[in-house]
Design a protein. Structure first.
Length: 255
């Protein structure tokens, strides 16, 4: 019977097999010692070239018709009706693992997209207005808030003045115009009003929320300042007898 000798390129273990056994899997075999899958035909060696005089258990395992016990867990002999020995078997299919990894990757990407949409919902609703209804519905489900953008660098106080009310003592009137220079709607900012003395030292400071200087509910303030538009305010203050000669007015968004 013609036997061929092939050598594992990983562990250099030599095996003997019949030509029909090597061609059963298109030459692809798996080493019975280190489990490396290799091309048995491409790694054929000449009989006696570097092969030990007495075969190892892995070698004896694949010699058809050799009497004696086989190694534990190995095939005894190679007949046409018997299953192929382990070193001639194909590697186990990985289709199920590939599908599982694919589904896991898709799930991970979906979770990442959801997290990004949650943390950057304001920016996303601004850049893609069509997504705002869906983001608003998602916020209702997650008990979060979908706010308008806050870009104070794109807001400016176009004009302001502080005058005394001649009809009532200690009463002053603040007039101001806030302009939104952004190409998108923004939240109404908060204002910080500081009254100063003749030396420009602060006497009193007050923070004005949009509900204060516009006298509107939060629902009425929800649309914000439209792009390119202005918000006009007028407020009365009682100075309580302070001798204020100047003021400072800043806009900001509370953190």
């Amino acid at each position: 019977m013609t036997l061929l000798v092939t050598r594992c390129p990983a562990c250099a273990t030599a095996f003997r097999a019949q030509p029909g056994q090597l061609s059963a899997r298109k030459g692809m075999v798996r080493c019975g010692k280190c489990a490396t899958v290799f091309d048995g035909v491409a790694n054929l060696v000449e009989e006696g070239a570097g092969i030990p005089g007495e075969p190892s258990p892995q070698l004896g395992l694949f010699e058809a018709g050799t009497p004696g016990p086989a190694a534990p867990g190995r095939a005894r002999a190679l007949d046409d009706d018997e299953p192929l020995p382990e070193f001639l078997e194909e590697a186990p299919p990985r289709a199920r693992f590939s599908i599982a990894w694919g589904l896991g990757a898709v799930l991970a990407l979906a979770l990442l997209a959801g997290q990004l949409a949650y943390y950057y919902r304001t920016e996303l609703a601004t850049l893609v207005p069509q997504t705002r209804p869906f983001l608003a519905e998602g916020c209702r489900f997650l008990a979060c808030e979908l706010r308008l953008p806050r870009r104070p660098d794109l807001l400016s106080i176009e004009s302001s003045d502080l005058q005394a009310d001649k009809r009532r003592e200690n009463l002053i009137v603040l007039n101001a115009v806030i302009r939104n220079r952004a190409p998108f709607a923004q939240e109404h900012p908060s204002l910080e009003l500081t009254l100063t003395d003749a030396l420009d030292k602060p006497l009193v400071r007050r923070v004005l929320r949009p509900e204060d200087y516009l006298a509107r509910t939060r629902e009425a303030l929800a649309p914000g300042i439209a792009p390119g538009s202005e918000s006009v305010l007028r407020m009365h203050f009682d100075t309580g007898g302070l001798r204020a000669t100047g003021y400072r007015l800043y806009l900001f968004y509370p953190s």
